[in-house]
Write a protein that binds this ligand. Sequence first.
Ligand code: AMP
Ligand code: ZN
Length: 134
Amino acid sequence: MKNENCIFCKLANGEIPTATLYEDEDFRVILDANPASKGHALILPKEHYENLYELSDELAAKILVLAKKMIIKLTDVLECDGYNVVQNNGEIAGQTVFHFHMHLIPRYKGDHVGLGWNKTELTDEDKDDILSRI
Ligand code: AMP
Ligand code: ZN
């Protein structure tokens, strides 16, 4: 299913031309328009799913295999030193476009890509609470 008002539906399905690194019947992999680093790419499913909560099991299974293939190839092409594979779900998590996408962010020694979080301690209270409810 496509969403008429979704820009990523249009990009994924070729209705808006974009820099495409790879395409198959399920996905298009494009260059991010505002890259965190040179070669920052996005894996877009051609069908509209808002985020990982909604993604079909079939596509969810395929996407990590594709991510693996892409970063192996792109590490060679870009001569980068590592990769962040990032996927945001919900506004609070930094999602700004509500069509599932997976970020492939090449990392270069000495780059200043700002990904990360402040580390805290896992408390016994939180641990017990979570383990008792899962
Ligand atoms: P997120 O914050 O996880 O929702 O990521 C959305 C990403 O989409 C950002 O990295 C944007 O730079 C990127 N983006 C938004 N519009 C376009 C577009 N038209 N073409 C390519 N990338 C885009
Ligand atoms: Zn969409």
